[in-house]
Design a protein around this ligand. Structure first.
Ligand code: SF4
Length: 229
């Protein structure tokens, strides 16, 4: 399988793990704040190179994060995960949650140990499609959330707090939808490489605003973290 990139050491991608990161190209969303460097890039490397590196560094690397782009749009994802599983290493997948059937298959086949779903916006309205830049079947995202919540696997949710898309009210609504979940990450928005030129002009929320949103989210989600501030 062709991959877009490989990060040998990505220590902040999985709390408590020395993880490598495999990045897959392509995405079915067009989030205006995405830097597109992976969503639109060419796949320049064979996954076998990444697998070989991880295999030869298992004394240090004890996990791998499969991210993108959007991993679940790739038919070869199963083959990649099977090759990684054969290394007897912990695997996390990042997804936008748009492909619940594929996620269900992967989880059911025990090909991953942890799932992170990016929840872009409140799950109750049209703002989701605006956040994703394409028409989104929000029920599919809800089904993905249901799949991982009932899977027995470790899982977390992540929301990029983008001004004009996710404010304190929206963050509260997202957190409420995830009520009872174990873990939520509030990701700071980075305007510098946003695909939409208008987004590049937007100022990220001050750190204190994210802290207040995180405090509010704790009413619903047990473990809330802020990243990127
Ligand atoms: S889901 Fe959005 S942010 Fe993630 S890779 Fe796709 S377009 Fe970019």
């Amino acid at each position: 399988m062709r991959i877009a990139g490989f990060v040998k050491t990505a220590l902040s991608e999985w709390e408590g793990k020395n993880a490598s990161m495999i990045l897959l190209p392509g995405c079915n969303f067009r989030c205006p704040y995405c830097n597109r460097c992976l969503a639109d890039c060419d796949a320049s490397m064979d996954h076998a190179e990444a697998v070989a590196y991880i295999k030869s560094h298992k004394d240090f690397v004890n996990a791998v994060v499969v991210s993108g782009g959007e991993p679940t749009v790739h038919p070869d994802l199963y083959a990649l995960l099977k090759d990684l599983k054969a290394l007897k290493i912990k695997i996390k997948i990042d997804t936008n949650g748009s492909m619940p059937d594929i996620l269900d298959d992967i989880v059911g086949a025990m090909l991953v140990d942890k799932v992170c779903i990016n929840v872009m916006a409140p799950l109750d309205g049209a703002s989701y499609s605006r956040a994703a830049g394409v028409e989104v079947d929000v029920d599919a995202v809800k089904r993905s959330i249901d799949v991982v919540s009932k899977s027995g696997l470790a899982y977390e949710f992540r929301t990029t707090v983008v001004p004009g898309i996710v404010g304190s009210e929206a963050m509260n609504s997202i957190s409420k939808s995830l009520q009872g979940s174990g873990s939520l990450i509030l990701q700071q928005f980075n305007p510098s490489a946003a695909a939409d030129p208008e987004m590049r002009k937007a100022a990220p929320y001050p750190a204190q605003a994210l802290v207040r949103m995180a405090e509010s989210s704790k009413k619903y989600v047990r473990h809330v973290r802020i990243r990127g501030v």
